[in-house]
Design a protein around this ligand. Structure first.
Ligand code: GLN
Length: 462
């Protein structure tokens, strides 16, 4: 099969699955054009990039020059990127084919994909259930084979949680591993671009391509990027920690608890060292996350003011502040407005110390505890989500319950460490769920090596 045939196959599949609502825009013509130019160099593989012919979808928060980028929001309706994100450009430079941009919760705020201006994305495993969020379109596109791999963004679990709900792999690298240049910001000290795939090899290849220093993002690490694909195969035994508190939490589904406990026992049998470690901050991670991310969001989203780009109210205006008020009230959805207001509140004089400064202190304690854990261990194990994919509408009127679903994922973003969700388990209700593995900052290599061992074993036992 050549690249053109391949793209045709994906486009057919996409048109058959259009009701899943995974895509915001499909770049049919352009993808075919790229494919045919790749086919011209078919006979000389020495000219191929490392992603030659790999068909990729990107979340609607990643800039791709001259293409729509709207963050699932009316405030960016019809907005086209004027440059490409570094991560996207690096994929293109390696001969990838970008097939479209993918639906998500507005400004990546949500856990169910019910907050997009384009409507909800359906979980292809059970269309009455949510695909997870905020990168729901990216997860469903990989699950339903509408592209080979996809990109999402993960501020508090938006790659790992939809991967868990859709039964695929979702990986968030450590903070600073991949440049955030060209990623529409939600909470800048948490945001990372992440990868969806069905196998560890593809995660390793994409991570290698996108990682590394970037002059446009000063928070991007300049540490050497290992050759992840070459390092993947190893039978190394790991030192692994887990938090007993994470398994006794009242919100955890008993079947998920059993599966993780059984996994811990099996890993010990196989010769890994698995140690329980007290982690007393679990009840603080969700509050700290929502205080800090909404504070950062209230600042980041102040740029959408109806003046330079995006939506501007068509109604008559009295003055500049009236223009801001009308444009922002009409352009932002409910969840985003709620978070901007919450963020503005926690930063306001009189409340700053009680909320924002306190949450920063909690974050500091979490980082210190994390450093201590990784001084003796290479990995941490946890559930990814307390329960499998829920039904549409089930949690949309209960913000607290929705937020509590982020219990296990926000820790990695608070600590800035890499984390992956591996599709290893199935619930008796028929839905999949994942094992979450975390590693020390910028030690994605150990994370991928261990993940590869588990995924290979899964294939062998099936
Ligand atoms: N569900 C979380 C939230 O709503 C995570 C979002 C994300 O990672 N972008 O904030």
């Amino acid at each position: 099969m050549n690249c053109t045939d391949l793209v045709h196959t994906y486009l057919d599949k996409i048109s058959k699955c259009i009701h899943l609502n995974a895509f915001v825009e499909i770049y049919s013509e352009e993808a075919l054009k790229t494919a045919s130019s790749l086919d011209l160099k078919k006979h000389d593989s020495s000219t191929w990039g490392s992603l030659y012919g790999v068909v990729i979808g990107i979340k609607d928060v990643l800039c791709y020059k001259d293409h729509l980028v709207t963050a699932g929001s009316a405030i960016l309706k019809n907005h086209k990127a004027i440059y490409s994100a570094t991560a996207v450009q690096r994929l293109l430079d390696e001969d990838a084919i970008i097939i479209g941009n993918l639906n998500c919760d507005e400004f990546a705020m949500g856990s169910s994909n019910e907050n997009s201006v384009y409507g909800k994305v359906l979980n292809a495993l059970d269309e009455d259930r949510v695909p997870g969020g905020s990168s729901g379109g990216s997860a469903v596109a990989v699950l339903a084979d509408l592209c080979m791999v996809s990109l999402g963004s993960d501020t508090g679990g938006s790659v790992r949680q939809p991967a868990d709900f859709c039964g695929i792999i979702g990986m968030k690298p450590g903070y600073g591993r991949i440049s955030r240049f060209g990623l529409l910001a939600y909470a800048s000290s948490f945001d990372q671009i992440g990868i969806f795939s069905k196998n560890t090899e593809d995660v390793a290849i994409l991570l290698r391509v996108m990682s590394g220093v970037d002059e446009y993002d000063s928070t991007c690490s300049d540490s050497v990027v290992p050759n992840y694909p070459d390092l993947l195969q190893t039978d190394k035994k790991f030192n692994i920690a887990y938090f007993p508190q994470s398994l006794t939490h009242p919100s955890l589904d008993p079947e998920i608890k059993n599966a993780i406990e059984q996994m811990i026992a099996e890993l010990k049998e196989k010769g890994h060292k698995v140690t329980p470690i007290d982690f007393n901050y679990l009840d603080y991670v969700v509050p700290a996350y929502y205080v800090l991310t909404t504070a950062e969001a209230s600042s980041n989203l102040s740029r959408y003011d109806g003046v330079r780009y995006g939506y501007r109210t068509p109604r008559p205006i009295n003055d500049l502040s009236d223009l801001y008020k009308k444009s922002r009230s009409e352009g932002f959805g409910k969840e985003v407005k709620k978070r901007i207001m919450l963020g503005t509140f926690v930063l306001s004089t009189g409340y700053y110390d009680a909320y924002y400064a306190k949450a920063q202190q909690v974050r500091r304690l979490i980082v210190e505890k994390t450093n201590e854990i990784f001084s003796n261990n290479e990995l941490i194990l946890m559930p990814t989500v307390p329960s499998p994919a829920f039904r549409f509408g089930e949690k949309s009127n209960d913000a607290i319950e929705m937020f509590l679903g982020d219990l296990y994922t926000v820790y990695a973003n608070l600590a800035g460490i890499p984390s992956i969700s591996l599709p290893l388990f199935k619930h008796s209700n028929g839905m999949p769920f994942g094992l979450q593995v975390l590693s020390n900052n910028l030690d994605e290599a150990s994370l991928l090596q261990f993940s590869n061992q588990l995924m290979k074993e899964k294939v062998n036992t099936n």
